[in-house]
Design a protein around this ligand. Structure first.
Ligand code: GRF
Length: 220
């Protein structure tokens, strides 16, 4: 890792398995970044405990303590800036960010969504996919813009929907790929290889295609 690794601020609300995948990728040496701070809007989020176990600063910032969404976001943003965060990773953060926050950190916020956007944005992407009857779903890492689950797409992984899937089994299959593609997308950012051109994100300087993941590989 270089002497000035990219500093991440990870925003969470719940169990934090994507946070764990990021921590693990850093510890394995697959991701040249460091997590400067983890911030939750929920005091009981297990993600906070995961961070602390790895010696990472973990803060609960209670939205109810502020008069408006922007006021809460201003405090969160100040914490992130004070710690020199260069990229904010939303990892199961259950709050919609206001235009104020998105503009303040423009193209420095990523999100992971458990569906192949633009299909099934919003809550319960996996259930939406099942109910709709698609045969393939997956997950998407994208930059955050002012619309929910909408910004330029960095990596997607496709996952089959099986005959006897329910929400839990499909979610688990998708989650496995979330954990692969989120650290990979962050690493591309850390390497300065992502270039946003309108809605398209170009990945500079890589041989082959590592940002569209199809599982399982096609046979026959
Ligand atoms: C993941 O499915 C992610 O795609 C979605 O929220 C869930 C968070 O899970 N945005 P975890 O807290 O990272 O385990």
């Amino acid at each position: 890792m270089g002497s000035n690794p990219l500093k991440l601020g990870v925003l969470v609300s719940g169990r934090g398995s994507n946070l764990q995948a990021i921590i693990d990728a850093i510890e394995r040496g697959d991701l040249e970044a460091q997590i400067a701070v983890v911030i939750s809007d929920k005091e009981q989020a297990y993600a906070l405990e995961r961070a602390r176990k790895h010696g990472i600063e973990a803060l609960f910032i209670d939205p109810r303590a502020y008069k408006s969404r922007e006021e809460h976001e201003k405090v969160v943003g100040d914490y992130l800036e004070e710690r020199g965060v260069g990229l904010i990773c939303l990892a199961g953060y259950m709050r919609i960010l206001s235009p104020y926050f998105v503009k303040r950190f423009q193209w420095r916020i990523m999100n992971i969504h458990p569906a192949l956007l633009p299909s099934f944005p919003g809550l319960h992407g996996q259930k939406q996919a099942l109910d709709y009857g698609v045969k393939i779903s997956g997950c998407t890492v994208h930059f955050v813009d002012e619309e929910t689950d909408h910004g330029p797409i960095i990596i997607q992984a496709a996952v089959p929907v099986l005959e006897d899937d329910d929400e839990d089994t499909l979610s688990a299959r998708i989650l496995e790929y979330e954990h692969k593609i989120y650290p990979r997308a962050i690493q591309l950012f850390a390497q300065g290889r992502l270039e946003i051109q309108g809605r398209r994100v170009r990945v500079k300087g890589a041989p082959g295609n590592t940002w569209a993941v199809v599982n399982p590989p096609l046979e026959g």
